[in-house]
Every structure is written in C-alpha cells, then in structure tokens.
Design a protein around this ligand. Structure first.
Ligand SMILES: Cc1cc2nc3c(=O)[nH]c(=O)nc-3n(C[C@H](O)[C@H](O)[C@H](O)COP(=O)(O)OP(=O)(O)OC[C@H]3O[C@@H](n4cnc5c(N)ncnc54)[C@H](O)[C@@H]3O)c2cc1C
Length: 381
C-alpha cells in the first residue's frame, strides 16, 4: 500500500520508518529544505538545539529507537552537574529549597485530572511546596503558570522529572541533528522516498499521515477543531567565554530554566567557550522587552558576569511549539484523535497519545503508522 507522510520532523520520520517496517511504500514530504523540524540545531561552532534538548531513557521512544539501533551516541546526566545545580527561590540562586524536597517526597499521592494543580497541591502539599513544584515544572511545561493546568498532568510530570535515582535525561552528542540524520538514513535505506523544499497544500489521495504542528495540520485539513493548549516561552541561547557557571538552574520563582549543555558535550561550543540555553515563559499580554528583561535578570543571578562574556546570542519566542498542555478536566485522550477518517491520520506533539514533550510525537506517529497500515488487511479480507 502507498502511504504519504506530510512533515519530516521526529513524528514524520518515525511514521515513515514504522510504516515502511509494516510493508508500506512510503513517500515523505517536508516543506523545509532540510529534515528535522524542531529537532534541527544551529550550525557549528555553536550547536544550539531548537526544540528537543533531552531524550528520557525511561520512555517508550528511547526503547523504540534503541531496538532499531537508531540512537546516536548519547551521554547521561553528568555527576559533576549535580554539584553545579541550583534553584532560583525568593530572588536568590542556591540549593533546592526544602519546599521542593517536601513536594518530591509525596510520591504516593495521586492527583485528579479534573482539578487545577494549584488548588489541589495547596491542599495536599501546603502553599509553598505547591508553588515551588508548579513553578519548577516550567522546565518541561514552558507555561507562565503551571498551577492553572490539570493536577494529574502536572503531578505526573513532576514525579517523572524528580524520579529517585539517577536522572533519566540523555544528551545526544552533537545535538539532535545526529538523531535526525540516523532516522533519515534508515528511512531511505528502507525505500522511503523523501521530498524536501515543497509545502503540501492539499491532502494526497493515498492514506496520509499528517505529521506537522497542529497549526499546520489545521490549515492543511481545513479543520478548525484542531486546537490544543501549548506553551509560550522566550528562549535565549548564549555562547560564553568560560567562567564559573552552574550546570543547571531551575526556577521556583518564575518558571524559567537554564542549562550549560557544553558541560556534557564539548562539541557544542568552540574551545574555551560554553553553550548555555535559557528559557522563561511569557506572561499573558507581556511585551517582548518585558520578558527579555526578566530573563536577563534570571541570567544575572545565575551566570556571574555573563554580559561581558557573550560571544554569540540567539533569541527566539516559541508559541504553540513546546508540546501539549492539558487544562483541568482534560487528558491526552481528549486531544485531537490520531484517526481523522477517510484515510487521514495525525501525528505530533499535540495529538491523542501519552508521553512527555516530544515523546507524544513518537508515540502518536507509531500509532498512526499502525492504524494507516492496518487498513490494508481490512480492505484485502
Ligand atoms: C524550547 C523547547 C524545548 C523542548 N524540549 C524538549 C525536550 O527536552 N525533550 C523533548 O522530547 N521534547 C522537547 N521539546 C518538544 C519537541 O521539540 C517537539 O515535541 C518535537 O520536536 C515535535 O516534532 P514533530 O515532528 O511533531 O513536529 P515538527 O518538528 O514541528 O515537525 C513538523 C514538520 O512538518 C513540516 N511541515 C509543516 N507543514 C507542512 C506542509 N504543509 N507540508 C510539508 N511539510 C510541512 C515542518 O516544516 C516541520 O519540519 C521542546 C520544544 C521546545 C520548543
């Protein structure tokens, strides 16, 4: 059977490989000149990932990639990084606040999906642990106020990110482009025809997996119902002359986050320099200058003398590009379904599939490939 995949990011590449494995003749069409979507990174000497930064080794996509020998060289959370981790709390950067440890110790609690995290956590954890846990989750939610989201959604992610034992985060050496290259090579080896540089503006006749952002899928399919809450954040990437910088700073005050990725992977910045990526969620109605000023104050507190050490800088705002956020009363099952009918399937990070951040793109892509290719057996009976 012929299958067309629209979009060549992580979801599209996964859908193409999974469909080809199930015997389909696959054509993958990507609007951009190069594959990867948000998993692209800037060119050396400063290799800054645009979207995904870490792959979680405790999630199904990691196992799916490992089974197929698609994982590029990757590194675990560095031991010396633990010693150089900080948290902004009440305007100062220091060791994790007691309130955070208190929240993380309540692992047996189960949170309801139909209440907001803030009110549920204040009752169960107390005011300060509730505030600190919510704000710290800015690291994975990219939202100015995670308290407003579904309690189950935030709590499940908080438990995952604070899993006891060594952090599951894995860093792909050379940035995420190395994974994209491996997946693209495998797809081509399996006979997938890849077309780049041409935007698809009408749904092809063949069964089609639309593996674009939800906004692009909405336009392509002319379906206004394809909407879901997502994050809105300012990202600042910095090349810095080496100083005494922390590895990670969580932000229990304003939901931001920064990480010095070159501590793990020296190939990301030139000799003698560091690559730091920081983000701070934009508040409703906030100006670009306003959020930039807040993020720079976060950098002032975290990276002493950074302004005099900058060698390279990139600022970007990501809106609707950081994955799905579930509001109270909704779960991933309520997001736009994979099967749209008439041979059209959706994959991406705001689609009805479980997982953390980009894992939703992988999981929905595998589901879309299974559903699209199982049409053949139905038709041929
Ligand atoms: C700041 C930030 C940090 C993040 N951190 C993490 C993290 O640490 N870990 C993690 O797992 N995830 C993370 N994510 C999320 C992750 O980046 C995304 O979930 C994932 O990259 C989405 O992949 P995708 O293939 O679904 O979509 P995309 O990467 O957006 O790919 C869609 C592709 O479709 C193409 N396209 C669109 N319309 C058309 C059309 N009409 N015709 C042809 N092609 C089209 C686009 O050009 C694009 O290449 C982060 C995201 C951001 C923004």
């Amino acid at each position: 059977m012929d299958i067309t995949v629209v979009g060549g990011g992580l979801a599209g590449l996964t859908a193409a490989i999974a469909s080809a494995e199930r015997g389909a003749n696959v054509t993958l069409l990507e609007a951009h000149r190069t594959l990867g979507g948000r998993a692209r990174a800037t060119e050396p000497p400063y290799v800054a990932n645009e979207g995904p930064h870490v792959l979680y080794s405790d999630g199904p996509p990691f196992a799916w990639l490992a089974e197929r020998d698609l994982l590029p060289p990757h590194l675990p959370f560095p031991a010396r990084g633990l010693l150089r981790a900080g948290t902004r709390h009440r305007g100062r950067v220091g060791v994790p606040p007691y309130a955070l440890l208190r929240a993380a110790s309540r692992r047996r609690l189960r949170a309801p999906y139909d209440r907001d995290f803030g009110s549920w956590a204040r009752e169960e954890l107390g005011g300060e642990p509730a505030r600190v846990a919510a704000n710290m989750m800015g690291v994975a939610l990219f939202d100015h106020d995670p308290s407003r989201l579904s309690a189950a959604f935030v709590w499940e992610r908080f438990l995952r990110v604070t899993t006891p034992g060594w952090p599951a985060a894995r860093y792909l050496v050379g940035g995420w482009t190395s994974l994209v290259e491996r997946m693209a090579r495998r797809a081509r080896e399996m006979g997938v025809r890849v077309g780049t540089g041409a935007r698809v503006d009408a749904v092809p006749d063949t069964p089609t997996i639309v593996a674009t952002s939800l906004a692009s899928a909405r336009a392509l399919l002319g379906d206004a119902s394809l909407e879901w809450e997502s994050g809105h954040t300012l990202m600042v990437d910095l090349g810095l002359r080496r100083g005494r910088d922390p590895f990670i700073v969580f932000d229990a005050d304003e939901c931001g986050f920064l990480e010095r990725y070159s501590l793990v992977d020296r190939t990301l910045a030139p000799e003698g320099e560091e690559l730091v990526q920081a983000q701070l969620p934009v508040r409703p109605g906030e100006s670009r200058a306003g959020v930039t000023g807040r993020l720079e104050r976060f950098l002032d507190l975290s990276l002493p003398g950074w302004r005099e050490r900058v060698t390279w800088r990139r600022d970007q705002v990501a809106r609707g590009r950081t994955g799905a956020l579930d509001l109270p009363g909704r779960t991933w099952r309520d997001r736009p379904a994979v099967d749209r009918g008439d041979g059209v399937y959706l994959a991406g990070d705001s689609v009805a599939a479980p997982g953390l951040l980009g894992e939703v793109s992988f999981n929905s892509a595998v589901a879309a490939a299974e559903e699209a290719t199982s049409r053949r057996s139905v038709g041929s009976v």
